[in-house]
Structure formats: C-alpha cells, structure tokens
Design a binder for this molecule. Structure first.
Ligand code: FMN
Length: 246
C-alpha cells in the first residue's frame, strides 16, 4: 500500500472515481478528488459564444475530464470601466476596488478558485478594451493586498482573425507574471484563428494548442493540490519599486 506522507491514510483521501489518472496507466497517481478543484474562465469577448468562448471551452473540456470544475464568467459584454488610479485599494487594503461593480465579486471568486483562464479576442493587436479594464483593476487589487492571486494556476488564450495574436497573448501574460501565478504552457503560443463565431473550430492546430494547454493545466493543478503541504512554497517578498527618478 502506498504510504501517504505525514502518516495519513491515502485511501480515505482518494475519490470514488479512478485514482489512476493521466496518460500512463502504469503510474498510480493518487490525488485529492474529495477536495474538488475549481477554475474560473473569464471571457473577454463581447460575443458570448464567439471564438474566444470556443478556445476557453477547448481548455475547459480537458480540465473537466480530470474532474476539475470550470465556471465561465462573461466579462466582455459588461459595462466595466477602467482603473481611475485613485489608489483607494492600496489605502484601504480591503481586497476591493473603489468602483463597486462586478469586478469586486470576481476578485472574491478568484481568491477562492484554484486557477483561472483569461480569454480575449484580439482587437488592434491587443486585449479587447472592456477586458483590459477588468484586468487592470483586479490585478491592482491583488497586488496591493499582498498578492491575492499568487501561486494560483493561470493560463491565457486569444482568438484572432489573422494577426496580433502573439502580442495580445504576451499582454495577458504580463498580468499573470506580475501576480506570481503559475503558468503552464502548450506546444505553441496560445492563439487560435477564426473571424466569425465558431470559425476557430476549423483551426486544427489551434485546437491542439488548446487541448495540450488544458491537459498541462490539469496536471499542474493536481500536482499542486497534492504537493502544497509537502513542499513548502517560497516566502512572499515585498516588491521593490524603482521609479528611476533622479
Ligand atoms: C475592434 C476589433 C478589432 C480587431 N482587431 C483585430 C486584429 O488586430 N487582428 C486580428 O487578427 N483580428 C482582429 N479582429 C477580429 C477578431 O479578433 C476575431 O474576429 C476574433 O475571432 C473575435 O473573437 P470573438 O468571436 O471571441 O469575439 C478585430 C475585431 C474587432 C471587433
């Protein structure tokens, strides 16, 4: 019988479904199924069921195969205004943005989640406007409150017609890296091609990118769930700010 670290009985912790998961059936991977994991996917497109949604779904399907729950939150069609640089979040340190709208509820949901998916359509080679408004506010609140999103698993996906996918993907990664999130990869940049809603379903390479991304994300989530109490995470360092003002 495999020994559970810290003298715990592994049998009582493994869910009723198969405990030998993953691509290699000879490897027994025991993970905490009882303690369900949850990922939030933020759709930054104003088109609820457009190409960004399909990209998110492709990643989500792989997570769901591994019993990881996914909730999609529609952001791009909401009236979300941008950060007004009032810095009240930094003064109050109450995990809230001073503009009291849905962004505050979403911040709270991220805090409780194990991971996030950020999905944006490409607009003029960048993140769609409304989505950027949300990201600027949520990630500033996270930062000034000691890193609320730190060490959660996070991925970014983008949909475009022709070009600007990589620059948009890079922009999304800036948020994830700043927040010290753990970012799994695929076998290419996470971009899928299509113009009208559903066209991405013809982009075979893009579909593979999303599928591999979902599998890698699920694996990392399970590794963390099983390893967090065995391998001590690094301590959070206070951020050093240099403004280069002389
Ligand atoms: C305002 C606007 C700007 C766009 N800019 C670009 C662009 O720079 N590059 C590109 O390839 N596609 C661009 N597109 C096309 C969208 O990225 C593409 O249709 C994408 O699939 C939309 O995803 P969605 O269906 O999730 O909304 C633009 C679309 C709009 C509405």
């Amino acid at each position: 019988m495999p020994e559970w670290p810290n003298g715990r009985d592994w049998k009582s912790r493994v869910g009723s479904k198969s405990s030998t998961e993953g691509s290699n059936p000879s490897l027994s991977v025991f993970y905490l199924e009882g303690n369900e994991m949850k990922v939030l996917a933020f759709n930054g497109s104003p088109r609820k069921n457009g190409n960004t949604y399909h990209a998110i779904k492709m990643v989500s399907e792989e997570l769901e195969k591994e019993n990881i729950k996914v909730e999609i939150i529609q952001v791009g069609s909401k009236a979300i205004r941008g950060c007004i640089a009032c810095y009240k979040c930094a003064q109050n340190k109450n995990m809230e943005c001073s503009i009291n709208d849905e962004v505050n509820q979403w911040i709270q949901k991220i805090i409780k989640a194990d991971g996030i998916i950020l999905g944006s359509p490409v607009y003029f080679s960048g993140i769609a406007g409304t989505f950027k408004c949300f990201l600027d506010r949520a990630f500033l609140v996270s930062s000034v409150n000691g890193g609320l999103f730190r060490h959660k698993v996070a991925v970014a996906v983008v949909a475009d017609r022709r070009s600007g996918g990589v620059s948009t993907f890079d922009q999304l990664l800036h948020y994830l890296h700043y927040a010290e999130m753990l970012v799994p990869s695929s076998n290419y940049w996470n971009v899928i091609f299509g113009r009208n809603p559903g066209e991405v379903l013809k982009d075979e390479e893009g579909i593979q990118i999303m599928r591999i991304l979902g599998k890698n994300m699920a694996w990392l989530l399970k590794l963390l769930k099983n390893g967090k109490d065995k391998v001590i995470p690094p301590e959070k360092e206070d951020k050093i700010y240099m403004s280069f003002i002389r």
